[in-house]
Design a protein around this ligand. Structure first.
Ligand SMILES: [Zn+2]
Ligand SMILES: [Zn+2]
Ligand SMILES: [Zn+2]
Length: 221
């Protein structure tokens, strides 16, 4: 019994740490402080699944990292910081003289959770007819999380930053840090223009801008 509790405690703690680090990294990517690091994520947000675009255009995921170095669908911007974080975790666990078994459980859980949430689940939020939207056990949770992720894509502040709902499947740290949002207000057009200016270094952004504004023009007439 004690061994099971001990195991569960390591798994739970590792998931919480993975959620926190994922949240912080996702926020960092949205600040644009390190342009090369933000590149594919902002392409995901500004070109492939832009604020005025459909969030689920087809049954296939459009990969922002095509043509650049990637592992599966995870771009370099997740791999570099993740390996830095993982190295730190390993060093800390070793300094604390954690047993090899617990180290393995902890690192395995962190890796599996990160992949499951930030790669697999995230990509499926942009795909039509994903099985979870019909699963009786999971659909309420999945649809709720997906709605929040749509808001993450559509809401811009005046300086042109997406600043809500950085969690993917769970929003504990959005709650704690005050970035949670469950309703979407009117679309911020000046904020979108500011984002276009701020992230103009993102590949093929200009083409996207003219497509959106031709559509806006056509819809208005
Ligand atoms: Zn994002
Ligand atoms: Zn997304
Ligand atoms: Zn506009």
């Amino acid at each position: 019994m004690l061994r099971i509790l001990h195991f569960a405690a390591w798994v739970g703690t590792s998931i919480a740490v993975a959620e926190l680090l994922g949240y912080l990294l996702h926020r960092l990517l949205h600040t644009g402080w390190i342009p090369w690091l933000s590149m594919s994520h902002m392409k995901h947000h500004m070109v492939l699944y832009g604020p005025l675009q459909k969030q689920r255009p087809s049954e296939e995921y459009l990969d922002a990292t095509t043509g650049s170095v990637a592992l599966g669908n995870i771009g370099l911007e997740w791999i570099v910081p993740s390996s830095m974080i993982l190295t730190t975790v390993v060093v800390v666990l070793r300094l604390l003289r954690v047993s090899l078994f617990d180290q393995t459980v902890s690192i395995g859980t962190t890796l599996a959770w990160t992949f499951l949430m930030f790669s697999y689940l995230h990509d499926q939020m942009h795909v039509k007819n994903f099985w979870m939207e019909r699963n009786s056990v999971l659909k309420a949770w999945f649809r709720g999380a997906r709605k929040r992720h749509d808001i993450h894509h559509r809401v811009l502040n005046d300086p042109g930053l997406m600043d809500e709902n950085f969690g993917i499947g769970f929003f504990l740290f959005d709650r704690l840090f005050g970035t949670l949002s469950s309703e979407q207000g009117p679309f911020n057009h000046p904020g979108y223009a500011a984002a276009m200016e701020r992230f103009r270094y993102v590949e093929t952004l200009q083409a996207r801008w003219s497509v959106d504004h031709n559509q806006v023009g056509r819809n208005a007439s």
